[in-house]
Each structure stands twice: as structure tokens, then as C-alpha cells.
Design a protein around this ligand. Structure first.
Ligand code: PLP
Length: 457
């Protein structure tokens, strides 16, 4: 590979041959993409030599930070020993066995079985098929409907995007597929009106019961939700929300699915975000932090309730991917989980860096008129942009102010994401206290520049 091109050459070739995900390619090609060439710890470098602080851990995934030689070594060793073999036809291999055993240790009690994919989207597609297969085996094949939420993100394949609640995705490609229903999201700041957060949390949770009754309880298979919404804006539900959702799922016997693709592997200071919210899902989608993004891998964690009939009564489950349980991905995941454990990274997020980050960020933005709330726990935070703190008024052109702020971040070598009217941070879990100081002060600076541009300060 030629690594010696100029930035202009890279950009011209990128524009000529590469279609980016979720991008307006015409506009991007005119502006030119930023070319990232190297990463170390919480920093990236672009082809112009700028050092950039990555406040997003890539796309919520580089939990152990960039440049970990142990992960490269694990991949190289596995490639030389057994680069590939499938697990379809009565075969298995040590890497996938060891990873499954390890996942049984780090997931909450009751999760003993794992199905592997290459991505979170495929994990959620697997969930759709597995949930429906479960009810077939149980003898209730009419249970097909899966209930999700507006503004949920569950991935970009046909199935996962259908589960998701992004209208701008549904409008392209004729989604959602049949038997997917959506209820409102627990986004109190924007949609809670005059209700208290607790009352609003109960209200939107009870929409699940209303939807179950409207669809017909005998037709509902499962409810799926991200414990906190990630791509939807790092929206943390009111405390009343999850207990009520879980209660309703149990009352109607439907499966509770937690999409842990962002929340899993330490983001909240727990191994899984379900533990932060005190919920006990039947299935969990996993990906991203499982390999810290060093190699693609996703999957489904399956509790006994689903695993037992699937294994003992179901016969063939007609689902699988060429690379399910890929040995190299499995080897990287094993080492990545090893690093998270050996270095006590998850505990540090819980007891030290997480609380420190939350405190510093809240203090830095408390008096900023543009920021209505800072939501989060551990090393993930969503900052609400508001036109009026007292009335929780949103900006009329949804998203524009976020993009303005993101432009300031771009110019100041900080990666902070904008979603609608929220700014998001989700740094690598290895971030140190002094790096948190830098992250918070850069974020504060960019938000202040935005507020100044809007004439608010
Ligand atoms: C990123 C994400 C997905 C999709 O994962 P991919 O690996 O991009 O397919 C699914 N669910 C959640 C919550 C995500 O954040």
C-alpha cells in the first residue's frame, strides 16, 4: 500500500472511488475528507500532522484506546496458526471456544451462550430471527411482533434499521419490514412537556403496554431497547423508565432485549449498561467494545430462557454467517477482554475516571446558556443544546446548531459528535484524568465559541 501520498492525492482518490457511510457524497467530495493516518491512546493524527483528541473512541468502540500492540500480536499469531475456519459443519476451534467461555464470565449471571456475527447490525438481525424462532419452538408461532422505540439505533441492515426508529433511514429503502412496531422514546428534555422526568418515564414506558394491547398480546414476541440511546443522542431515560418496561415485559411474558452494542464492555463503569439500570434482559446484542474496534465482531448473548429451548428442542437454527466466530476476531476479542480485566479498566471507569469526567463536564458547562443538561454516567455523556435553559426550548432548525458546534470542534482538533440538538462524548475508556481535563476544556471552548456565534454570550 502506498502510504506516501499527499493529502490532496488521498482526497482526490477518495472522491473518485469511495462511497462513505451516512454521507452526502457530492458535498463531501467538494469539501474533501479528513485523512486519518495514525492513532495512539486517545489521540489520532491526520495526514496534515494535526494531533486530534478522539472524544468518541472512533464510533463508540475503541475502548482500550489506539495503538495496543497486544491486539495486533494476538491477530498476527492467530492468522499464522489458523486464519480461518467455519463452525457450520460439526466443527469448532479454540479461539471461539475460549471467547465464549470468557464472555460467560464477564456477562451478567444467566448468560452462558453466544452467537457470533461481524457487526452489531448483524447481531440485531440475528435477534429478529432468534426471537421469532424461540416462539416457534415454544409453540406460539403467532408471536412475531417486536416493539422498539422512535429514535432508536440498532444498525443499518434491513432488519436492524427496521428495528431502529430513525425516520430518515426508514424513508430510504421501504422500511420497516413487517411486524416491527415503535413507541415513543424516553427523551424527557425534548418531549416531556410539563411532566416531571419520573412521570414522563412512566408514561412512555406504559406506551409499551398500550402497544402490546393494540397489537394483541398473543402476537408480541419482544421489546428491544438500548439501555441508554447512543446514536439517538446519548439519551438517559428517567429512573422510572426501565423498571416499568421490565415489569410490563414480564407481565405479558415477552422477551426483553437489550442492545448493548455501545453500553457493553465497560462504557458505564459496569461491564454492561443493563447492570447500571438494574435490568435483566433475556438477550443482549454485543459488538463495538468487544474487540475495541480493532477487527469487526458482534454477536448475541443468550440467556437460559432462550438458549434452553433453542438447544434442546429446536433442531436446526437456520442462520449463520461465513465469519461467525471468526478465529482472528475471536483472538482479538479475547485479548481485548483480557486487557479490560487485567488493567482494571472497567473498575476505573466506575470508581475514578467516570465520576471525574461527569463532574468536570457538568461543572464546566453549568453556567453555559447553550447547554440545558448534561446526561450520562461513566465515560459517556450527552449535552443538550437549548435556546432557553429555563423553558427547555429547542432550536427551530433541528441539528443546525449541533453542526455549527461540530465545525468548531473540527477546527480545534477535537472529535465530539453532534446528533440533532445534542453534543456527544464517549472517549476511550483508558483516558487519564489529565486527558479528561483536556477533553472537557476543549469541549467547553468549542461550546462557548458556538454560544458566542449565536450571540448567547
Ligand atoms: C453501532 C450500533 C449498532 C450497529 O452496529 P454495526 O457494527 O455498525 O453494525 C447497533 N446498535 C447500537 C446500539 C449501535 O450503537
Amino acid at each position: 500500500m502506498n502510504t506516501q501520498r499527499t493529502t490532496q492525492e488521498w482526497q482526490a482518490l477518495d472522491a473518485a472511488h469511495h462511497i462513505h457511510p451516512f454521507s452526502d457524497m457530492g458535498a463531501l467530495n467538494r469539501a474533501g475528507s479528513r485523512v486519518i493516518v495514525r492513532g495512539e491512546g486517545v489521540y489520532l493524527w491526520d495526514s496534515e500532522g494535526h494531533q486530534i483528541m478522539d472524544g468518541m473512541a472512533g464510533l463508540w468502540c475503541v475502548n482500550v484506546g489506539y495503538g495496543r500492540k497486544e491486539l495486533a500480536d494476538a491477530a498476527a499469531r492467530q492468522m499464522q496458526e489458523l486464519a480461518y475456519y467455519n463452525t457450520f459443519f460439526k466443527t469448532t476451534h479454540p479461539a471461539v471456544i475460549e471467547l465464549s467461555r470468557l464472555l460467560a464470565e464477564v456477562t451478567p449471571p444467566g448468560f452462558e451462550h453466544f452467537f457470533f456475527t461481524n457487526s452489531g447490525s448483524e447481531g440485531n438481525d440475528t435477534i429478529i430471527r432468534m426471537v421469532r424462532r424461540y416462539w416457534d419452538i415454544i409453540g406460539q408461532p403467532e408471536r412475531k411482533v417486536i416493539i422498539s422505540r422512535h429514535n432508536a439505533y440498532h444498525g443499518s441492515t434491513v432488519g436492524a434499521a427496521s428495528l431502529g426508529g430513525m425516520d430518515y433511514m426508514h424513508s430510504q429503502g421501504g422500511l420497516p419490514i413487517p411486524d416491527i412496531e415503535h413507541i415513543d422514546q424516553p427523551y424527557w428534555y425534548a418531549e416531556g412537556g410539563d411532566l416531571s422526568p419520573e412521570a414522563f418515564g412512566l408514561k412512555v414506558a406504559r406506551q409499551l403496554e398500550e402497544k402490546i394491547l393494540a397489537v394483541g398480546p398473543e402476537r408480541v414476541a419482544a421489546f428491544i431497547g438500548e439501555p441508554f440511546q447512543g446514536a439517538g443522542g446519548v439519551i438517559f431515560p428517567p429512573d422510572s423508565y426501565w423498571p416499568e418496561i421490565q415489569r410490563i415485559c414480564r407481565q405479558y411474558g415477552i422477551l426483553l432485549v437489550a442492545d448493548e452494542v455501545i453500553g457493553g464492555f465497560g462504557r458505564t463503569g459496569h461491564w454492561f449498561a443493563s447492570q447500571h439500570f438494574g435490568i435483566e434482559p433475556d438477550l443482549m446484542t454485543i459488538a463495538k467494545g468487544m474487540t475495541s474496534g480493532y477487527i469487526p465482531m458482534g454477536g448475541v448473548a443468550i440467556s437460559r430462557r432462550v438458549a434452553d429451548p433453542l438447544i434442546n428442542e429446536g433442531g436446526d437454527f437456520n442462520h449463520g454467517l461465513t465469519y461467525s466466530g471468526h478465529p482472528v476476531a475471536a483472538a482479538v476479542a479475547i485479548r481485548n477482554i483480557g486487557i479490560l480485566r487485567e488493567e482494571g479498566i472497567v473498575e476505573r471507569v466506575m470508581n475514578d475516571t467516570g465520576p471525574y469526567f461527569q463532574r468536570c463536564l457538568k461543572e464546566a458547562l453549568a453556567d453555559n446558556p447553550l447547554i440545558g443538561e448534561v446526561a450520562g454516567t461513566g465515560l459517556v455523556a450527552g449535552m443538550q443544546l437549548t435556546r432557553n435553559k429555563a423553558t427547555r426550548e429547542l432550536f427551530p432548525n433541528r441539528g443546525e446548531v449541533g453542526l455549527l458546534c461540530r465545525d468548531f470542534c473540527f477546527a480545534n482538533n477535537l472529535i465530539m459528535r453532534a446528533t440533532g440538538e445534542r453534543m456527544l462524548l464517549s472517549p476511550p475508556l483508558v483516558i487519564s484524568r489529565s486527558e479528561i481535563d483536556e477533553l472537557v476544556s476543549r469541549a467547553q471552548h468549542c461550546i462557548t465559541l458556538t454560544a458566542r456565534k449565536l450571540g448567547m454570550v
